[in-house]
Ligand binder design. Structure first.
Ligand SMILES: [Zn+2]
Length: 391
């Protein structure tokens, strides 16, 4: 095929596909105010309503990211407060600021209805189960605010499970719970009951196996890469991919440059220095974005759309075409040349067409697989709730 033919096919397929990105962060709680307006083509955001439109994105999961801190009374209180403030910002976006252009989606049927009406579906998740502390009832509270997935951990162990990146500063040793804790088992059961998807990105290898074993519904890795291609703790190995697939779940390939391929040592150092300096991991606050622009200009990332699609392809080879999707991590560290914000999403489809993926395959990767998992999670919740009413 010529480039022209590839382009023509990609354009047609991209337009008819329901496109969902399962992981986008919001930089801070000024989100959805005049200070940080997602209704304009905002240079401070990689995901805003204008860029989504330009790139043909129909829905995004916005994640309320909660930094792992010390597990004491103040730590739990701050974590919960941080999640609530971000969820309020997301509701402000859909209910106050732009109800004519986007809407909160809390079900698979909702996503389809909203997309059909020509609006953007905004779904919400929580990144780090630390937000619930040790209080199971908070899951339902978050559910009532629209939360449909919870990433069980982040950088550092919490009360639910071990992290893939223990945090020495918080006193983490190699493993604390040997995977999922007893409390973590109750958390997953409660999520199953309510219909909240368990997200296994960021958690340890053993934690992932435990979650899959305990969960009555398929699970997702909302933003992860493949370890076979680049040995990074945030990536999943082939065994994990197979276990996820066997359980009916999906891996959503992440677009964080440093997870996809080895960066130059200079770039690696520059990024970790900035993260250290700002003490906020990889979350893209406006200050972080400014610094990253300087770094990108000086030491461009080695990853590009080709490398990103290599990860999709590897996951498809190991887990199967029904178990792979996309979770960019825009505004949380994601962004590579060619897919640096939502306006460039077509480039991913072009590369998939170039590599011979069919229209059906592309529909699955860009959201079909994820929606199937979510539908399954909804079904399991209905059955569990019906069961408890009868019994
Ligand atoms: Zn993350």
């Amino acid at each position: 095929m010529t480039d022209r033919q590839i382009m023509d096919i990609a354009n047609v397929v991209h337009k008819k596909t329901l496109i969902i990105d399962t992981h986008v962060d919001i930089p801070d709680t000024n989100y959805a105010t005049e200070v940080l307006d997602p209704g304009i083509d905002n240079p401070k955001l990689k995901c805003d309503l204008v860029k989504m439109n330009k790139g043909g994105i129909d829905g995004v999961f916005l994640a309320a990211y909660v930094k792992q801190k010390e597990r004491n009374e103040q730590g739990y209180k701050d974590a919960y407060g941080s999640a609530i403030a971000q969820l309020e910002a997301m509701h402000r976006l859909t209910e106050k600021m732009y109800p004519d252009r986007c809407e909160l989606a809390t079900s698979t049927a909702g996503v389809e209805r909203i997309a059909e009406a020509g609006k953007k579906a905004i779904m919400v998740g929580i990144e780090n189960g630390f937000a619930i502390g040790k209080d199971l009832s908070k899951i339902e509270e978050f559910y009532n605010l629209g939360v449909r997935y919870i990433t069980l951990g982040h950088n550092g162990h919490n009360d639910i499970c071990d992290s893939c990146k223990p945090n020495e500063k918080l006193g983490d040793k190699g493993s604390e719970h040997d995977g999922l804790s007893e409390f973590g088992r109750e958390v997953v059961a409660e999520m199953n009951r309510l219909g909240v998807i368990a997200d296994v990105s960021h958690i340890s290898e053993k934690s992932l196996y435990d979650v899959v074993e305990v969960s009555g519904a398929p699970v997702i890795a909302s933003h992860s890469g493949c370890l076979a291609l680049w040995d990074h703790p945030r990536n999943l190995n082939d065994k994990q991919l197979k276990v996820l697939a066997k359980n009916g779940g999906v891996i959503q390939i992440v677009a964080v440059a440093g997870f996809l391929i080895e960066d130059s040592p200079q770039r690696g150092k520059a990024v970790s220095d900035v993260a250290e300096q700002l003490d906020q991991g990889t979350i893209e606050t406006p200050q972080f974005i400014e610094k990253m622009k300087e770094i990108d200009a000086k030491y461009p990332p080695a990853a590009d759309v080709d490398v990103f699609v290599d990860h999709i392809e590897h996951a498809v080879k190991v887990a199967g075409i029904d178990h792979v999707g996309i979770g960019s991590d825009f505004d949380g560290g994601g962004g590579i040349p060619g897919f640096n914000d939502h306006s460039e999403a077509l480039n991913v489809t072009i590369e998939l067409v170039r590599r011979g993926y069919s229209e059906d395959d592309i529909i699955k990767i860009w959201g079909g697989n994820f929606l199937r998992v979510w539908t399954e999670v909804e079904k399991v919740a209905q059955e569990l709730q019906r069961g408890s009413e009868n019994g």
